[in-house]
Design a protein around this ligand. Structure first.
Ligand code: 5AD
Ligand code: SF4
Length: 464
């Protein structure tokens, strides 16, 4: 079912862009700026895929771009203010180049009232679309080309699963693969279910076919994406589930590593852990957002597990996968969080000994239930809790990493190290970052590295 005709729009735009090149000797250039999570990164691959088909070339310089697209995030207030301030800055480029297309898409615009906020605070924006009609980018650009009018279209509800969209991948050796869209969990602090809609799984065969194609293309590591990958398949009502998908993916020859993001602790069960333990390819890395260690706060968050449930799950993982690395997300300063509640979080952190964690100060999101909860904790106190939490996490991570010193680890080489481009940077099966000296020819390969130095968040080593 395809009620839009992208091929037509794409061909028309390409023709116009080619004519532009003939007339001016220049190629149309585009810039996409992605905020937020890997879901957005994956969506931007589609957007950039479309733009490439339209004949646009990529640029990193705003001043030479003919089209700028911001793919936005609204998980916390900070993400949103970054977008709004960037939009303000883009005004001067549009003044210099009035034909420039400035677009805003993604999660932020799905929020009630946001389209109006953008329209009034950034009138130079001439394209706004949401997460549910990303696949219609060609039509929007075509309309702007032919009518010159602003295109503003945000759909309130999800529109199913769209297969066969183009993509432009950043890395030849690793790839993001959507398996389920949306979220049904409604954690009380979280905006995601309101901006990404209800859970929709892709058909298992479509996923397998995509991964087989990626592997044939040279991909050795895939990351399966979903707001809650554990719900995968349940809406298909044909017996498909996440464990079954992992088993099928495991059989794909040439694929070396399977990762996934994100797992909900309430849905981790023995069957899944056993499948992961028995798998040749699923990485022994469990990212399980705990959010808080206080059962009372977890209840307020609507997380559907207690502190004890979480600890029991960690025990289950350690029993079947003794070398598992476990990472998490933690929110401090949720409305009503007392010092005692926070101490419960620190207690879980010390008991589990997380390898790493993303820690956040609670950010009030309008439209979520928690936005109406009484919040007596001051920002100062929240910042202080975050600092104490981060100090605890760092100390634990250093202790774990110290134990890895003088061991040999398999590392997928990802590219030059950001801080030291002379060195290579890669990741272990457990998702630890390793820095070492080696030839750039190794990028994309899995190599063995002897760990010589353990730091708090990274390991240094020598190539074997
Ligand atoms: N405030 C702070 N952190 C949040 N997260 C989600 N919503 C909020 C919020 N309102 C965090 C959670 C989630 C991660 C992706 O972002 O920890 O796991
Ligand atoms: Fe947000 Fe909870 Fe859904 Fe994760 S599971 S996206 S935290 S509502």
């Amino acid at each position: 079912m395809q009620e839009y005709n992208n091929d037509y729009y794409l061909a028309q735009i390409l023709q116009q862009n080619m004519r532009y090149t003939e007339e001016t000797g220049k190629t149309k250039k585009c810039l996409t700026h992605t905020f937020g999570c890997q879901m957005n990164e994956r969506d931007s691959e589609i957007l950039f895929g479309f733009l490439t088909q339209m004949g646009y070339e990529r640029t990193d310089r705003e001043e030479e771009a003919d089209l700028i697209l911001l793919n936005t995030c609204c998980i916390r207030e900070k993400a949103e203010s970054k977008v709004l301030s960037e939009l303000g800055e883009l005004r001067r480029y549009k003044q210099k180049n009035p034909d420039m297309i400035i677009g805003v898409c993604g999660c932020m615009v799905q929020q009630e009232g946001m389209v109006n906020t953008i329209r009034s605070s950034a009138p130079h924006v001439n394209l706004i679309f949401g997460t549910h009609n990303l696949h219609e980018l060609p039509r929007f650009i075509y309309e702007i080309y032919t009518t010159g009018e602003k295109q503003i279209e945000v759909l309130e509800k999800e529109t199913g699963v769209h297969e066969g969209l183009p993509r432009h991948r950043e890395y030849p050796f690793k790839a993001l693969v959507n398996i389920i869209y949306g979220c049904n969990n409604f954690c009380t602090y979280c905006i995601v279910p309101y901006v990404r809609g209800r859970e929709r799984s892709r058909k298992m065969e479509d996923i397998l076919q995509e991964v087989r194609g990626l592997v044939a293309d040279g991909v050795v590591e895939i990351t399966l994406l979903g707001q809650n990958v554990n719900s995968y398949g349940l809406d298909l009502k044909d017996g498909t589930n996440f464990a079954g998908l992992l088993q099928e993916l495991d059989k794909i020859e040439g694929l070396r590593r399977i990762r996934y993001m994100t797992s909900h602790p309430k849905d981790v069960n023995e069957e899944l852990v056993k499948v992961i333990a028995a798998s040749q390819k699923v990485c022994h890395h469990f990212h399980l957002p705990i959010q808080s260690g206080s059962t009372a706060i977890l209840k307020q968050m609507n997380r559907k597990y207690s502190k004890e449930d979480y600890l029991a799950m960690v025990e289950l993982i350690r029993r079947y996968v003794p070398d598992a690395t476990i990472t998490t997300d933690i929110i401090v300063g949720f409305p009503g969080e007392t010092e005692e509640d926070f101490q419960e979080t620190l207690d879980v952190v010390r008991t589990v000994k997380f390898d790493n964690a993303f820690s956040f100060i609670y950010s009030k999101r309008t439209g979520t239930p928690a936005a109406k909860f009484a919040d007596a904790v001051t920002l100062e106190e929240k910042k202080e809790r975050l600092q104490r939490l981060n100090d605890t996490l760092a100390e634990i991570s250093k202790g774990i990493n110290d134990h890895l010193q003088d061991t040999d680890m398999e590392v997928l080489v990802e590219g030059p190290s950001k801080n030291n481009p002379e060195m290579l940077c890669g990741r272990t099966d457990g998702n630890k970052t390793v820095i070492f000296l080696g030839s750039p020819d190794l990028i994309g390969q899995i190599v063995k590295v002897h760990i010589t130095e353990a730091q708090t968040w990274i390991l240094k080593g020598t190539l074997l």
